[in-house]
Design a binder for this molecule. Structure first.
Ligand SMILES: [Zn+2]
Ligand SMILES: [Zn+2]
Length: 362
């Protein structure tokens, strides 16, 4: 991370719908595949020498796909966005918010500043948390977000933003998931200062957050969803999770993400699962109107908007790490096919599979 970074994006959760921790069975599959890979690469002694040191082992593990060296992660949606001279920005507080909270405690105790790129003292203990929507997988980490529990001098200020809702206020949505008997600490007893702002749904609009500009745009999802664009220093990150396109790139999303550096996009289903494949476990039902999308639409939208990098995310909970890598292969092939089409000539598009722990700098 250099002094010249305008923005750092950290992915704390990219799983869709429900947390899906790695199982013992999946770890055994990884171990067996890793052993076979080591043998195929010439064996331990050839790879690491007679006395393997940690550096060599690290180097080898870093050269492997995540299916062998780690995991794409089971925590649900949560992004941290650090922008120069701005409060800390978060998008969604799925279960990934728990691990982010632990890191933020460390920053508060050591540097007394939640955002390492911020140099403006008044922002040191401010969080701006933007919710895409209120489905459980996007807010259930908040009751476990440790900075919210700091009292007295350490108290943080959390500014919540989300779409207006005809039946409940934003504060009621958040308080509701902590009501007795579902959680031991009610919302009102969390010591952080809480400011809730409801955003109008029909027109895109922007909010200035220090040197960052955050623009929201309503997209298609059951009960609707907001996509967010964060801009700073000429760089653009767009988060478009939980959205669906049936037969054409969404002009609202194309407009929002025009020339973006990074577009994070919902790829919960394969194209076959989306239309429905009778007789298969995940594809028996069509997924029309479930509010999720495919890698094909990630790529079509990204090309239509001239995006540099599209990150595939909101992974289907049934999918293991090997299957996610197969999906990426299919996505890359599809990208290459699309780029060959006459209308797309001259364009480039970087496609990556989102994973928990991914860090991007702009
Ligand atoms: Zn979701
Ligand atoms: Zn949703």
């Amino acid at each position: 991370m250099s002094e010249t970074n305008s923005m750092i994006i950290k992915y704390w959760g990219v799983r869709g719908s429900i947390p899906s921790p790695v199982t013992s069975e999946q770890i055994r599959e990884k171990e067996a595949a890793l052993i076979k890979k080591i043998i195929a690469d010439g064996g331990i002694e050839k790879l690491f020498g007679a006395r393997p040191d940690d550096g060599k082992i690290d180097e080898y593990l870093n050269s492997l796909p995540l299916s062998l060296s780690g995991t794409y992660g089971g925590d649900t949606t949560c992004f941290e966005i650090q922008v120069k001279n701005a409060p800390l920005i978060m998008i969604d507080a799925g279960t990934g918010a728990r691990n982010l909270g632990k890191v933020l405690l460390g920053r508060l105790f050591s540097a007394k500043n939640l955002n390492p790129l911020n140099t403006i003292e008044k922002f040191n203990k401010d969080v701006y948390l933007f919710f895409t929507h209120y489905h459980w997988d996007h807010l259930q980490g908040f009751p476990f977000f440790a900075p919210g529990f700091l009292p007295g001098n350490l108290r943080v200020n959390i500014n919540f933003y989300g779409k207006s809702n005809t039946r409940q206020r934003l504060s009621e949505v958040l308080a509701g998931q902590q009501e007795y008997p579902n959680f031991p600490v009610v919302w009102e007893d969390m010591p952080c200062s809480k400011n809730c702002t409801e955003l109008g749904r029909l027109e895109p609009n922007s909010i200035q957050v220090g040197e960052a500009r955050v623009t929201y745009q309503e997209l298609t999802h059951p009960d609707s969803v907001f996509a967010y664009k964060v801009e700073a220093g000429g760089k653009k990150f767009v988060c478009a999770t939980d959205t669906e396109h049936k037969d054409t790139p969404d002009p609202r999303l194309v407009n929002l993400s025009k020339d973006a550096d990074i577009l994070y996009y919902d790829c919960q289903y394969t194209p076959q699962e989306y239309v429905g494949t009778p007789g298969t476990l995940t594809g028996a039902l069509t997924k029309f109107d479930w509010g999720h999308s495919t890698y094909e639409w990630a790529i079509k939208n990204a090309l239509a908007a001239n995006v540099k990098t599209v990150v595939l995310g909101h992974h289907e909970p049934m999918r293991n790490d090997f299957q996610l890598e197969e999906l990426l292969e299919r996505a890359l092939k599809y990208r290459d096919e699309q780029l060959k089409l006459a209308a797309s000539e001259g364009k480039k598009l970087n496609v990556i599979m989102g994973y928990q722990g991914l860090i991007q700098t702009l």
